[in-house]
Design a protein around this ligand. Structure first.
Ligand code: GCO
Length: 255
């Protein structure tokens, strides 16, 4: 018996970057809680394969393949949702890339690509979703930040800046949209076991640093974000706004 506070039955969630990694884990968790998932990625074939896997698992899922950095594709995607009678009740701005290089060696184009993918996309997609959520008087926006929303690490400046921006964009969304019944919040994952981090996990000294620097003494697993995602997507968080919840084993809380 699902507690109605955490029940997403009848809701539709758009999760960007949900064909793999953290986005896929959160999408699966929202589906288990009852939501229909719009699976997003840039590769239509990979999106279709993910949709098939979700449906085979008994989850309601539809494809929503578009490039989160392309404003025209975002607008077209939401127009398609409108035409199909699909209301996005929950938006999870998860899509993101990493690019590790010292700033003095960093090309501006690489800087911009990370900012566009990890931050500007959340603004553009959030704007399209909010225009419709405001009209309906309710909605949930969950932006995916990072430990680096709070703390900087050398060689990941554009990622850090983008994720710091995600924290403040979340507050800006709360400032403008809360009175319309929209709750905008963020999740700040710590060092999680993902493809993006595999090179770090495989590096013995970096692996030891993460384990030593994290009170939980381990890397996080993608499915450990599900509880926070379901909470922020559900009625349980109807009076929570502008917050970022760190799911990081305690790393951001200690020296
Ligand atoms: C890095 C990592 C981090 C993690 C995560 C930490 O190079 O330091 O990629 O950025 O992915 O974002 O919260």
């Amino acid at each position: 018996m699902t507690n109605p506070l955490f029940d997403l039955s009848g809701k539709t969630a758009l999760v960007t970057g949900s064909s793999r990694g953290l986005g896929r884990a959160m999408a699966e968790g929202l589906a288990v809680a009852g939501a229909r998932i719009l699976i997003n990625g840039t590769d239509p074939l990979r999106v279709a394969e993910t949709v098939s896997q979700f449906q085979a698992a008994g989850h309601a899922a539809e494809p929503a393949a578009f490039d989160v950095t392309d404003e025209a594709q975002i607008v077209r995607a939401f127009d398609t949702f409108d035409a199909a009678g699909i209301a996005v009740d929950i938006l999870v701005n998860n899509a993101g890339i990493q690019f590790r290089k010292p700033m003095v060696e960093l090309a501006t184009a690489d800087w911009q690509r990370v900012i566009d993918t990890n931050l500007t996309s959340a603004f553009m997609i959030g704007r399209e979703a909010a225009r419709r959520m405001i009209a309906r008087g309710h909605g949930k926006v969950i932006n995916i930040g990072s430990l680096t929303s709070e703390l900087a690490r050398a060689t990941v400046a554009p990622y850090t800046v983008a994720k710091g921006g995600i924290k403040m964009l979340t507050r800006a969304m709360a400032a403008e949209w809360a009175e319309a019944g929209i709750q905008a919040n963020a999740i700040g994952p710590g060092y999680m076991i993902t493809d993006m981090n595999q090179a770090l996990i495989d590096n013995p000294s970096f692996d030891a640093w993460v384990r030593g620097r994290t009170p939980a003494r381990r890397w996080g697993k993608p499915d450990e974000l599900i509880g926070t995602a379901v909470f922020l997507a559900s009625p349980a968080s109807n009076y929570v706004n502008g917050q970022i919840i760190y799911v990081d084993g305690g790393m951001s809380s200690v020296l």
